[in-house]
Ligand binder design. Structure first.
Ligand code: ATP
Length: 427
């Protein structure tokens, strides 16, 4: 056997809403490539900017760090990869524009350029030209189909495989037998609730809303996915699940649940389609509009609407308790100049409220604009309202949307160390 030789294969944009999934293509490819070498570490499942309009579902891309048995088989591995994409990608879908990159050698400056590109693919909106420029500059071999947009995700995922992830979690994805695609998933519910008890795993179920959330309802090949902090934990949970036959499964290392999409900023700096951590004061009382969506205005000198939409369920109850003057940090994506809340940290509660003066055991009545207040019982008159301390029904702390509304990249509170972490979901 020749000296081991490494290459990174990055793949994106092969799926459609009607079926398929880039992770499944990768899982099949891993099987096909077994005879030529092995995955060096883990395959990577990278979630890119969740606000990209071209995404099919979760804006996922894949990277396979591959250790070849024989250097002479590089071209063969590339050929098999491209053939697998040609065979499995859903080319009929207008929005499917596959891309694949093969990183075969690295230079230091390439690492820093790719690290930046990859992070920007998670936090920013990129052009296809930016990917093409880097591919050309560093002579990275690649293949694109249709408009080639998939090269953005493919290069970004490969970049993370090359440069490493600053924070990561694991997901074991179990895939269905092909003849069952599109049919109802057969999964024993009791076994799912039992497996959800394995420490170090999360988002298998949503306790507050009494729902199983680890299985999609779409016609794609995924049976379910178990998320956790290490391979051993997700495997332990997997071993408990009783279900229809699992055709194959893969444990991915991933940037899911790391908050990698969030950028700390001031409100005046924000742009649509990016995600932020912003601190400020609540400016307006929250209001609930038709459909159950809750909005309030946040200010740090500049104002911004923040929203807890209906699918965030019980989390809205926390948001509704906010009052002007409360100091908060909000986490979420900005769309149409509104921040879609993923988490909320309440750092200070405004317990002061201006009220009409108290007299004879009752609040005085206003005498009209600028004319002070009068006691209805004794007739006493006072000019000003008075500041009173009020009781608040919420506590300082960190709150999050429930698992049924969690975005792939959002870091759950159980991954934070802060001892004051409080969940709206009661767990
Ligand atoms: P699935 O989750 O089922 O794999 P998807 O939601 O990942 O599907 P894709 O089909 O991969 O969606 O489509 C996303 C497209 O957007 C890809 O072509 C990808 O290269 C591109 N893309 C990803 N991130 C960015 C970004 N930050 N800027 C511009 N384009 C991006």
């Amino acid at each position: 056997m020749d000296k081991n030789f490494n290459m990174i294969i990055g793949i994106d944009d092969t799926d459609s809403k009607e079926g398929m999934c880039t992770t499944y293509l990768a899982a099949v490819l891993i099987g096909k490539l077994k005879q030529y070498g092995r995955i060096d570490g883990y395959p990577l499942l990278i979630r890119l900017n969740p606000n990209i309009k071209y995404k099919t579902r979760g804006n996922a891309a894949i990277a396979l760090p591959f250790e070849l048995k024989n250097r002479d088989e590089v071209e063969k591995v590339k050929k098999i990869t491209i053939e697998t994409i040609e065979k499995m990608a859903v080319f009929s879908e207008e929005n499917t524009n596959p891309g694949v990159v093969f990183i075969e050698e690295t230079r230091e400056e390439m690492k820093s350029d790719l690290a930046l590109f990859s992070l920007r693919a998670v936090q920013d909106v990129l052009e296809i030209g930016e990917a093409l420029e880097l591919l050309k500059l560093y002579g990275i071999s690649h293949k694109s189909f249709k408009n080639g947009r998939g090269l953005i995700g493919a290069l970004a995922a490969a970049g993370f495989a090359l440069c490493g992830l600053s924070d990561s979690t694991y997901e074991l994805i179990a895939y269905r037998e092909r003849n069952r695609w599109g049919t109802l998933r057969e999964i024993d519910e009791n076994s799912v609730w039992e497996s959800a008890g394995i420490a170090g795993t999360w988002d298998t179920v949503d306790h507050e809303n009494e729902r199983i959330v680890f299985a999609p309802h779409t016609p794609d090949p995924i049976l379910f996915g178990i998320r956790g902090k290490s391979e051993s934990e997700v495997f332990r949970a997997f071993s408990i699940i009783k279900s229809e036959p699992v055709e194959r499964h893969v444990v991915y290392k991933t940037n899911q649940n790391t908050d990698m999409h969030l950028v700390h900023a001031n409100i005046c700096e924000i742009r649509d389609d990016r995600s932020y951590v912003l601190s400020g004061k609540v400016k307006t009382f929250p209001k609930t509009i038709e459909g159950g969506h809750v909005f309030f205005e946040l200010t740090d000198g500049t104002s911004l609407d923040c929203a807890a939409f209906e699918p965030t369920k019980g989390f809205r109850g926390i948001v509704r308790q906010l009052r002007p003057g409360d100091e908060v940090t909000v986490y979420g994506s900005v769309k149409d100049n509104t921040l879609n809340l993923e988490k909320l940290k309440i750092t200070s509660l405004n317990r002061q409220e201006l009220k009409n003066p108290l007299c004879c055991g009752k609040r005085m009545k206003s005498r009209g604009r600028g004319q002070g207040y009068r006691c209805e019982k004794c007739g006493a008159i006072k000019k000003e309202q008075e500041m009173v301390t009020i009781h608040r029904n919420i506590s300082l702390g960190f709150y999050e949307v429930p698992p049924c509304a969690r975005r792939h990249l959002s870091k759950p509170l159980i991954r934070f160390r802060e001892p004051q972490a409080v969940s709206s979901c009661g767990h």
